[in-house]
Design a protein around this ligand. Structure first.
Ligand code: F6P
Length: 346
């Protein structure tokens, strides 16, 4: 009987997932492995949904967004007998190893499964780029490119109408996308979760800028940015109080609140745009295709070398790996990068 690797994609989707799946299949099959695609993230292993992936199944998927395996935010540990069912189905599927492609939530379940004696390796994914243990996740570069293109387009309409334009990007716990697209797109101000800010500081920067003769401004806000008014605790704006199975609340709407406050306080006509899931969709950039492919190949090598309980990681220019435990914390924005962006505020 041939040896079998399973692969699943968990959490929010991300451009480059299909590139990882393709890389795993193309690397593993010629070395004598069967590859089993587990459908819908951890839900698929919980409920026994999977299909064999052959070379034909991954033909043409390299430039495609989304994931041919589908995904979910299912946390098996929140389901009765969850871990036992994962273990049972891991065995029933005849797996020798499982490659879990995801963020910290997905890695935490993989770590639990590894602890229970089932071979797992991880591949780091999230457009938010906030996974510790790796210098970058795939998907981030694409999200930043998409957001930057949107900001480029907003410049001309903002200028034509002499408006302030508030652009909301994803990033509930960290502001990597906001800082990167704000820097690349020439934002007058960038608000991120790591740097709580008082509203008056934002309006003062805009007033100063407009006094110097600028007739329009772009403000970029991460969805999880924390803003307060004088004397108040900085807080985030939630789109919903409901939490998902990993305990995450849904952010969204900070741009609308900010735009209203900026207009009220400064008299400058202000509009807002929420880029939302457009940042997660579409074809990965060349950078993300390459990074995702390198991670996929590395994951198969890790399986072959028996280096389980670890996640592939980018360190500098090299691919290496770290224990799952190193990948479970949020990686916040580098001060150095934020300070460069802040040089251009106002
Ligand atoms: O995957 C992380 C993320 O992109 C966050 O930045 C964002 O808050 C969340 O996904 C949105 O997820 P959903 O698809 O569940 O709305």
């Amino acid at each position: 009987m041939s040896k079998r690797i399973g692969i699943l994609t968990g959490g929010g989707d991300c451009p480059g997932l299909n590139a990882v799946i393709r890389a795993v299949v193309r690397k593993a099959i010629p070395s004598g492995w069967e590859v089993l695609g587990i459908l819908e993230g951890w839900r698929g292993l919980l409920e026994g949904k999977w299909r064999l992936l052959d070379l034909e199944a991954v033909r043409g998927i390299l430039p495609r967004g989304g994931t041919i395996l589908l995904t979910s935010r299912t946390n098996p540990l929140k389901h009765p007998g969850g871990m036992e069912r994962l273990i049972e189905n891991y065995d029933r599927a005849g797996l020798d190893a499982l490659i879990a492609v995801g963020g910290d939530d997905t890695m935490s379940v993989a770590a639990g499964l590894q602890e229970a004696g089932k071979n797992c390796v991880g591949v780091p994914k999230t457009i938010d780029n906030d996974l510790s243990g790796t210098d970058q996740t795939f998907g981030f570069d694409t999200a930043v490119s998409t957001a930057t293109e949107a900001i480029d387009r907003l410049h001309s309409t903002a200028e034509a109408h002499q408006r302030v334009m508030v652009v909301e990007v994803m990033g509930r716990d960290s502001g990597w996308i906001a800082v990167a697209c704000g820097l690349a797109g020439g934002a007058a101000m960038i608000l991120i979760p790591e740097k709580p800010i008082v509203l008056d500081q934002v309006t003062e920067v805009l007033r100063r800028r407009h006094r110097r003769g600028r007739i329009y401004s772009i403000v970029v806000a991460a969805e999880g940015a924390r803003v307060s008014t004088e004397g108040e605790q900085a807080h985030v704006v939630l789109a919903s109080q409901k939490t998902d199975e990993f305990g995450h609340v849904r952010h969204g709407g900070i741009a609308q609140v900010l735009a209203g406050e900026i207009e009220k306080r400064t008299g400058m006509e202000t509009r807002y745009v929420i880029l939302g899931h457009t940042q997660r969709g579409g074809s990965p950039t060349a950078f993300d295709r390459i990074l995702a492919t390198r991670f996929g190949v590395a994951a198969v090598e890790m399986v072959e070398q028996g280096r389980f309980g670890r996640m592939a990681a980018l360190r500098g220019r090299d691919i290496s790996s770290v224990p799952f435990s190193d990948a479970l914390a949020t990686r916040t924005v580098d001060d150095e990068l934020y300070n460069v962006a802040a040089t251009f505020f106002g």
